[in-house]
Write a protein that binds this ligand. Structure first.
Ligand code: GLN
Length: 304
């Protein structure tokens, strides 16, 4: 498979493609990003790296961090985790409060904000230094110790966390949050503020394509059974109320973030990441989804 030629075709198509999406503005610092940025990176298990555009420029990974948080929590707690958070698609926006009220404070899945906040609460209860542990984990899976948070984005989101604070308060009223609201919110916003490039994110996601093994040395980071589950949750819940549409158009497990990034995997084959800041009305990168749809169309391969 000539992945570079396929990526070049996608790059030239994107050049003339118009879009209607808007860069996220509810976190003011994110709105400063140039909407024209576009990067794509594919890391194939057998044949290495392919890329184009701004694939080495770091951006705010935002909700893509929820996959790493779930990975840490599953390693620490195993299936006990799923007493406090379910694994069903929500069909609702990422920051919705409505389902939580009639489902007694148990979030639909770990990839909507409510679910990720429960995972943050679990990590805080389990770990002495959750922030350090989280960054150390990212360094371990990428082999890159220079990855860090963007402090401006962290501060900016903290000042505008009304909805996430509301979600936490509601869940605490149902006794599904153990720690205090401020502590959980702080850790959650911290993990979302991590910056990585498409290339770095692709390297990190290789473990989900590679049966839980780090690609550089085959070190087993997570068991294949747990990786299977994480990929299943990415497939069914990785794109909020657009998970069905992403499955339909792209056909790979993946996760998006409001920074405009999407990371996806073809288990046994490759990890792929895209970054394009303008978001569609569901909060997913408009051109990023298009690029991934073209990838699985032009290769003729998806998990289906
Ligand atoms: N930090 C963001 C928030 O909680 C993450 C949302 C996202 O990327 N979808 O609103």
């Amino acid at each position: 498979m000539d992945y570079q030629q396929i990526l070049n075709t996608i790059a030239s198509e994107l050049h003339s493609k118009s879009y209607t999406g808007k860069v996220a503005s509810y976190i003011p610092e994110l709105e400063k990003i140039d909407p024209k940025k576009f990067g794509m990176h594919l890391y194939c298990i057998n044949s290495g790296h392919y890329s184009f555009g701004n694939n080495e420029e770091r951006f705010s990974i935002q909700s893509i961090s929820k996959v790493f948080a779930l990975t840490r929590a599953m390693a620490l707690l195993g299936d006990d985790l799923f007493i406090r958070v379910d694994v069903e698609p929500s069909g609702d926006p990422f920051n919705s409060l409505v389902q939580l009220e009639y489902e007694q404070g148990i979030p639909r899945n770990p990839f909507i904000n409510a679910g990720a906040l429960v995972i943050s609460d679990i990590l805080i209860s389990q770990l002495d230094h959750p922030k350090k542990d989280f960054l150390d984990f990212i360094h371990k899976i990428t082999g890159n110790d220079s990855i860090n948070i963007n402090t401006e984005v962290y501060i900016s989101e903290k000042k505008h966390s009304y909805r996430n604070a509301a979600l936490l308060n509601l869940m605490k009223s149902f006794a599904n949050i153990e720690n205090d609201i401020e502590t959980v919110l702080d850790f959650y916003v911290y993990q979302c503020a991590i910056e990585m490039s498409c290339k770095e994110l692709c390297t990190a996601f290789m473990m989900y394509a590679n049966g839980g093994k780090r690609i550089s040395d085959d070190y087993q980071i997570l068991s294949p059974e747990k990786v299977k589950r994480i990929n299943a949750i990415m497939q069914t819940c990785g794109f909020y109320d657009e998970a069905g549409e992403f499955s339909f158009r792209v056909g790979l497990p993946g996760k998006s973030g409001v920074g405009g990034g999407i990371a996806a995997v073809h288990p046994g084959q490759y990890a792929v990441t895209v970054w394009s800041p303008p978001l569609n009305p569901k909060g997913n990168s408009e051109l990023g989804m298009y690029a991934l749809e073209q990838l699985t169309t032009l290769t003729g391969l998806s998990i289906f």
